[in-house]
Design a protein around this ligand. Structure first.
Ligand code: LLP
Length: 431
């Protein structure tokens, strides 16, 4: 199986995190997001232990809330000792409502409004990752007005191609995030940050992209960032204490995807950073990383009920289910690949189908070309694996469909973390 929390029981029934998926669908209805809590915690610990082993004290792992943000996941992150990368007032409010410590929040984003900045200052958010000169000026003025100096990192665009898909590349010089080194804008932003009265520059931030599989992307990033840190020392007399390398490690969506040895990779990154800082005569910085996908993706599965099986002779077969791009837009947006499993025994004859959703557009495909039992029919359950990241968080109410509930699975049972949206919710904001 794709991941060791997915199994078939004796009768071929699909089990996720030790639970019979059909029984969960019966109890909670479909479409249904399942989340394996033990797996989320294990992924956090994998990072936290690797950080303890490889990086200096004070280094931190932040969970990138954009991957999946709701109160229960923030409680889990707080309990595990993770920090949080939040990109909006909504994500910060979610975390704070769950009792997440504000000082452990890093506030990111390339277009923070004055209201966003005010909210984060009012709530004592630990650190801002400043993207651009306008944000720096606004933040510095607002913080200075309060008589405080806000801790910040500045976001640097390293000029590295992470070889991922276009929508999630953030490393190359032409992206909309951060200040590029090549153009001199990074140096200007650091200079401005050092001169700004309302901020305290703790170090540098960078993020090359998401679904990074190339072996040495983070080593290349370390080279570039340390070289820039050396220039900052030489030209400005500034020594950066903190270096945020962003998120981005890829996960396995299909069997042919490689399995990333993240602790091994982190050891190599630490070695490279030690080597380069030593060569440059710089102290080893505290390292921050912001994984999202690799914390929650393989903890998720989405369960659907088949509405119809449509065979268009000489053309194509569809299995059409009760969810779709409204709960998982990733195939329609990125042509993202997924593994699809039938909830009952799939050992018999199979056929190839496009798994389609219920939204009123032909592009509502969850996954093309999937192998499912040939006798798949209305009422059967079909599951999409590895949906823990960027599914719930990117879900919409397109066609006024309610978003599915999120149910947490533990060895002792299951509980609703986010309830299903009802038709009343669809009009709750309408006046
Ligand atoms: N830090 C920053 C500044 C980011 O922009 C991101 C992701 C992360 C950390 C977390 O990256 P991760 O470890 O999850 O790869 N909606 C897309 C993914 C967008 C990623 C945006 N930024 C998808 O569904 O694939």
């Amino acid at each position: 199986m794709l991941s060791d929390n997915i199994r078939r029981g004796d009768n071929g029934a699909l089990l996720f995190a030790g639970h019979d998926v059909s029984a969960l669908a019966e109890k909670y209805g479909t479409p249904l997001y399942l989340m394996d809590e033990e797996r989320i915690r294990a992924n956090c610990r994998m990072y936290l232990n690797a950080f303890r082993d490889s990086f200096p004290r004070g280094s931190r792992v932040l969970y990138a809330g954009k991957a999946a943000s709701f109160m229960e996941i923030c409680r889990i992150m707080a309990a595990e000792g993770m920090g949080l990368d939040a990109v909006s007032v909504g994500e910060m409010h979610t975390a704070l409502s769950a009792g997440f410590p504000p000082e452990d929040i890093y506030f990111q984003g390339d277009a923070k409004t004055d209201a966003d900045i005010r909210y984060a200052l009012d709530h004592g958010v630990g650190c801002f990752v400043v993207d651009n000169p306008e944000e720096l000026a606004a933040l510095s003025a607002m913080a200075a007005e309060r008589g405080m100096r806000q801790k910040i990192l500045v976001r640097i665009t390293p000029g590295i191609d992470p070889h991922t898909y276009e929508a999630v590349n953030t490393g190359t010089v032409d992206v909309k995030f951060g200040a590029p080194i090549q153009t001199g804008q990074a140096m200007e932003l650091v200079k401005a940050a050092l001169a700004a009265p309302g901020v305290e520059l703790a170090g540098l931030h960078s993020h090359v992209g998401s679904e990074v599989f190339d072996e040495d992307v983070f080593e290349q990033l370390s080279d570039v960032m340390v070289a820039f840190m050396a220039r900052l020392r030489d030209e400005l007399g500034y020594v950066a204490g903190e270096l945020d390398l962003g998120g981005g490690y890829g996960v396995r969506y299909v069997d042919s995807d490689p399995a990333a040895d993240i602790p091994g990779r982190l050891r190599e990154v630490a070695e490279r950073l030690r080597l380069r800082t030593k060569e440059a005569g710089l102290p080893m910085p505290r390292v921050i990383m912001e994984p999202g996908r690799s914390i929650v993706a393989d903890a998720g599965m989405t369960v659907y009920t088949v509405s119809t099986v449509k065979r268009i002779p000489g053309c194509k077969n569809y299995v059409i289910v009760d969810g779709g791009m409204s709960d998982n837009p990733r195939y329609s947006l990125y042509r993202a690949r997924y593994t699809v499993l039938h909830a009952r025994d799939d050992a018999g004859e199979t056929e190839i189908f496009d798994l389609a959703g219920r939204c009123c557009e032909n592009g509502d495909i969850l996954q093309p070309g999937v192998s499912l039992p040939a006798d798949t029919r209305r009422g059967d359950l079909v599951c999409v694996c590895t949906t823990g990241a960027y599914n719930y968080s990117m879900a919409s109410n397109y066609n006024r469909l309610g978003r599915p509930p999120v149910v947490m699975l533990t060895p002792d049972g299951s509980r609703v973390a986010v309830r299903r949206e009802t038709e009343e919710d669809m009009t709750a904001l309408d006046l």
